[in-house]
Structure formats: C-alpha cells, structure tokens
Design a protein around this ligand. Sequence first.
Ligand code: SF4
Length: 417
Amino acid sequence: MSAALSHSLPVRPRGACPTLPEPMPTGDGLLARIALAAPAKPAQFAALAGLAARHGNGIVEVTARGKLQVRGLTEASAAPFARDVGALDLALREGLEIQINPLAGLAPMHFDPRPIADAIAEAVATAGLGPRLAPKLAVVVDGGGAPDLSALSADIRLAPAPDAAKREVLVSAAMAPLGLVPLERAVEAVLLLLGLLAARGRRARMAALVEQEGTAPLLAALDRVMTALPQPAASAEGRPEAVGLHVLEDGRVALGIGLPFGHGEARSLVALAQEAEKSGGSAIMPAAGRTLLLIGVAENAAPVLRSMSAALGFIVDADDPLRHVDACPGMPSCASAHIETRALAATLALLAGGRRVHVSGCAKGCAHPAGADLTIVGLDGGAGLVVEGGPRDAPAEIVPVDRLAAAARSLLEKQGV
Ligand code: SF4
C-alpha cells in the first residue's frame, strides 16, 4: 500500500452517504457501504466477508435498506479493500438508490422490476440528473411478491396495481398515492417526478415537497402518463417478511435469515456462505430489514441450513424478539454515541412483548429514525426515555447512564408502554 494511494482516498465527511470508494469516518475507523444490484454467489459473498476481516475489523452489517456495510477500515486499507472488492466481479449498484425485490426474476411477481430499475438508472445517468438530486433520495420499484417491500420508505414508489391484468403500476410520492400509469410508461413517470425534485434543488425530498406544496404539482407533471386516479396497490397481505422460507419459481427455496441489529462477523458470514453452498444454494442477497436471503437452496436441505444459521447466531424466526428492537452500534463503535446500545437492547427485547424498542447512541437515531413504543437515547451526561416517540422527541425521563438499564426495564415492566 503506497502512501500516495492512501492519501488519494476520498473520504466522505460525516453526515454524507458512505460508499465503497468514499468511506465515512466512524468511531471504529472508516465505514464503506456496498449496494448489490444482483445476488452474489456464495463464494463471492464469503470472499467479501474475508476482505472485511483482512482490511477492516471483521464486522459486516446489513442495513435496514438491505445494503452491506464494512466497518473498521483505515486510511491505508480502504483503497485496497475497494480494489479487492472490485476484483470479485460483484454486480454493484451506484448512484441513485433504486431498490427492487431481492428475489426478482426468481420468485413469482406481478411484474419484473429489474428492467424498470435499470432503465431509470440509465436515464438518470444520461440526463445528468444524479448530481442534482438529494444524496439520500430513494426510489422503490416493487414488483410484488415476497418478501414484502411495503414498509420500505421511498421518495418515489412503483407498486403493483390492484388489477394485474391491466399491466399498470401505482405511482406514489413519499406516502401519497398519485395514480396509475401503464407499465411501459413507469420509467417516464419516475423521471418526471425526479425532474420536478431536481428543479427544487439538491436537498429536495418528496415528503417535504408533498407537505409544503401538496400533490398538485406532482399530478400536473404526471398528467400525460397517468391513466387513472389513485387506487390502493395490490395488497401486501400474504407477502411475508424476509425472514423465513420463500418458494422460488423453479421449486427451490430462498431461506431468509436476520442479523441481530444488522451486525455480523466475517467468520460467521463465511461459514454461513459455505453452509448455504453445501445446501445447494446458488446465491446470497442482502435484503431490507437487516436480512440475508440464501437463494436456490434445495427444499429438503432448508431445515438443516436453518439450524446451522441459528447455531451461527443468526435470526431464523420472523417473530424472534430481536426483530422488535433496533439499536445502532453505539459506544465505542460510533464517535457520536453517549451510551452502549446493543447489550441493553438485547436485554430489553425479552421484556418488550412485541412492542417496538429502540436504543440509540445519540439523537440522530440512525437505526430507526421513526418513533417506537420506547426509545432510549444517549444524551450529554445521561440517557432519555421517550415513550411513543423518536430519539428527537422530548423524553419522559432522563436518567444517569448507570441507572439506565434498571429504569428502562422498570418502564417496560410496570408501565406497559
Ligand atoms: S444514532 Fe448511533 S450510530 Fe448514529 S450517529 Fe448516533 S450514536 Fe452514532
């Protein structure tokens, strides 16, 4: 590793989205984020985990939006890591965040989201729109089918129309349904909305636009492509979340497993990839909700793979208590954290009884920016307990850190938040 290479590494400032070539400083070194555009082969996935151990601190995370994060890189190791990842020949998605169903092309869907996502990405690049859009802007192209993507937030969402025979998609802006457009004009509809956002500046996000201006400008922009007023999208009922078994069109299955708090260790992930391959698995894909899909497993091998996954520390039950708690890395992994988070969250998961609990190292709330039944937030000189709110809401109680665990347990046990 030459000094020149080390110093040429562009490091993103705190608060911006980290990427593979531009990692972000955190409390435990540099963090690189990787978005897979298509499933990785088990050997590729194992090699990626191996690189995380060699160049970073061996911690690999899957984010709530299904991206991989490698932690503990250094100024010296980040560029070689990026180079070695490049040599794995993974399909990586760069630029505008466009999310599709992780089993697209493999499991039954109302429509195939892949060509639409590719066409949007290509059109954005051709039009030079990318640099004019907010860095965290997200488009979801949900073709229907499992796992359910309806909980994934998006600035612009395409979802199946109620009547699949008509080959239309429902276009939504943030949470506001706008109307139906023909499938073949879905890309055009997304570009019209992106153009409208770009015209309002690089910080423009759809939720703020709808709040400030309503949907009138969006409907006007879509006028030439829209065929019908808003209708509910095809129901997500019956579309299970990612953790569990998903039957593929070829009769094999995909086994969805969860990572507690999205956190994985390289050696466990290497072992998982090897077990998946032994079970006939052909690919691994990160998915929303801090999960991994082990794809192409023979149905009769799935129970053993499920047991092996559990033994490696992964979540194999959709109703596991750890699926109801969120916690960011906290101290010491994040320099902004005021408290340790995950040990407390794991303890509270057993008391939560299905209620949503969020433990956040600071008010930024990276793990779950929305509200929860109980949010515990690290503050200067203590921690806040927020009932039915988020990390930036007023706490019902502020306690010293050494009384935090007892106070949180007491709140869950006695007050039944
Ligand atoms: S919420 Fe957690 S991970 Fe995010 S900046 Fe605060 S302490 Fe760090």
